[in-house]
Design a protein around this ligand. Structure first.
Ligand SMILES: [Zn+2]
Length: 540
């Protein structure tokens, strides 16, 4: 048999235990042989990887691809030189000088926890950009600030449930819109033309491939305030057709893009998308994933629903973005209609509510291998860990949150509950197949940084957040490859370097299981389905 390519001269970390072999053969986009079985195979190409290490392509189980691509064009407010709210105003004023009056100034990535002076406000933004419409998105995606030119166009008498418009002591809106209140902006900014979304996907694709990512699960298209257009899947299909999307993408569908569908009385599939499209539809490159729904908000924004109050917040316990009764009914309908469900829940009160709902629907309508998920699963009480494992629920935490947002989390929840933050090891010990993800662009999504944070759990301020939740390197690598694939029903196709698997891998400058500092490892090349899609040093 003449195979397409035989790769050698590298440590290929194969199988569930990452056992190293020195040769790997690829044919028609799949791995066909390893080690001695591959060595003597006749091949069209032989590539020597010059002593590199090769891992299964990184798989980001919760990622906002188009949002990330769009953010690359926006005013960056999370950069190191933006340290105070005055720096934000100066950046807005500088952008205003470049843009014609009346146009939008869109900024992203600000975090009031890291800014001297806290949240920006409308009044000061009006002074910085008196002739523009200003919209600054919080790094978490859970809130934003707008100026008066935007506020006057919002229907402030009809604030959606599960969100609020913040007012100052005098009763005027400060410009801060939290959670669902951001939906007030939709009539002004949506839908975004589909070609702009396609271009954002193209940019994001390019960046992620260079970082060794080969698969992503996009956490919610077509609805919410993150969804860019109701026809968002069309942008992905266009990107595929134009050959500018090499990543394998599983798109979750925002719950508010789904609806009751007409079906026969005896059919259970009565909720979802037209034609009965549901989780699993698509091919190896582009597939429909879970229904994505929000239970609550974020820890650093203090909007996640907690059992006990936040530290120093006058008894505030956060709130539900989707009222529990509606959450229950939507999840029930989606479950009965055959969807995987991915519910954003960060506070322990939200996690409890979601577990109650999952248990209820699974008891009433058992379904083997449902793989319902809890996105983030930020604060998990000790008794909730066993419940998650027993119900077969997959928690989807973000290692990088610990580094970038960990200090804000500790001050929001205090030392005791910090031990329950973004658990990893506890889930593994309970028998969960743990995925890894970044929630990019909320934090830096480079997987090698994510791996380091899964292992070290060190905050930017230098604290260690719940040392008992640290993973070994092999556990972290498994989460970022096989574990994520499992969370997206793809573990038989991607996530391992083994015969029969798709030939998706990252060529690294050093073995991540052995190197001193994971953050120093470079991605030399990335291969998807046997095609070289990134090649930094002319290796292959
Ligand atoms: Zn997200």
């Amino acid at each position: 048999m003449l195979v397409d390519t035989v790769y050698g001269g590298a440590r290929f970390l194969t199988g569930p235990e990452f056992t190293p072999v020195d040769v790997l053969a690829v044919h028609h986009g799949r791995i066909v042989a390893l080690g001695d079985d591959a060595r003597e195979l006749p091949a069209r190409r032989r590539i020597d990887l010059g002593g590199a290490a090769v891992v299964p392509g990184f798989h980001d189980a919760h990622n906002h691809l188009a949002w990330f691509g769009m953010a690359l064009d926006e005013l960056p407010l999370g950069a190191g030189d933006v340290r105070s709210v005055d720096d934000v105003y100066a950046a807005v004023a500088a952008r205003a000088a470049e843009l014609s009056p009346g146009s939008w100034i869109i900024g992203s990535g600000y975090d009031q926890n890291k800014l001297l002076g806290g949240h920006p406000n409308a009044e000061a933004l009006d002074r910085a950009a008196p002739q523009h419409r200003v919209w600054l998105k919080h790094v978490s995606g859970h809130m934003c600030v707008v100026n008066s030119a935007v506020l006057t166009d919002l229907d402030l008498n009809h604030v959606p449930e599960g969100g609020d418009v913040v007012h100052d002591a005098a009763g005027s809106p400060t410009g801060l819109l939290r959670e669902q209140a951001q939906l007030l902006l939709r009539p002004l900014v949506y839908p975004i033309p589909v070609d702009r979304v396609t271009r954002a996907i193209e940019r994001a694709n390019h960046e992620l491939l260079a970082q060794g990512v080969t698969s992503v699960q996009e956490a919610g298209i077509g609805g919410g305030w993150i969804g860019r257009t109701p026809i968002e899947l069309g942008a992905y299909q266009n990107a595929r057709a134009e050959h500018v999307l090499n990543l394998r993408v599983t798109v979750m569908v925002a719950a508010d893009a789904m609806h009751v569908v007409e079906a026969a009385e005896e059919d259970e599939m009565r909720f979802g998308l037209d034609l009965g499209l549901r989780t699993g539809f698509g091919d190896d490159h582009l597939r429909i994933g879970a229904m994505k729904i929000f239970a609550d908000g974020s820890l650093v924004g203090r909007t996640a629903a907690m059992c006990d109050p936040y530290v120093g917040d006058d008894g505030g316990r956060g709130y539900f973005q989707t009222p529990p009764a509606e959450l229950r009914e939507t999840i029930r309908l989606a479950h009965r209609s055959g969807w995987q469900v991915a519910t954003h829940a960060i506070g322990d009160r939200a996690v409890a509510e979601v577990l109650d709902i999952y248990e209820e629907v699974l008891t009433a309508h058992p379904r083997p291998d449902h793989r319902h998920r809890i996105e983030h699963c930020g604060i998990t009480r000790p008794e909730q860990i066993e419940r998650i494992a027993r119900l077969g629920v997959i928690p989807v935490p973000q290692g990088r949150f610990v580094h970038e947002l960990g200090d804000g989390m500790i001050s929001a929840v205090g030392a005791e509950r910090a031990e329950w933050c973004y658990r990893q090891k506890s889930f593994l010990d309970a028998g969960v197949e743990l995925p890894a993800s970044s929630d990019r662009p909320v934090v830096d999504g480079r997987p090698l940084l994510g791996l380091r944070d899964l292992v070290q759990r060190r905050t930017a301020g230098g604290a260690v957040l719940a040392a008992s939740e640290r993973l070994t390197r092999a556990q972290a690598l498994r989460a970022y490859t096989y574990g994520s694939a499992y969370a997206g029903f793809a573990e038989r196709r991607v996530g391992r370097l083994e015969p029969g698997y798709l030939a998706d891998f990252a060529v690294l400058s050093a073995d991540p299981l052995q190197v001193e500092d994971l953050g120093e490892v470079a991605v030399l090349a990335t291969v998807v389905g046997g095609d070289t899609v990134h090649d930094a040093v002319g290796l292959c």
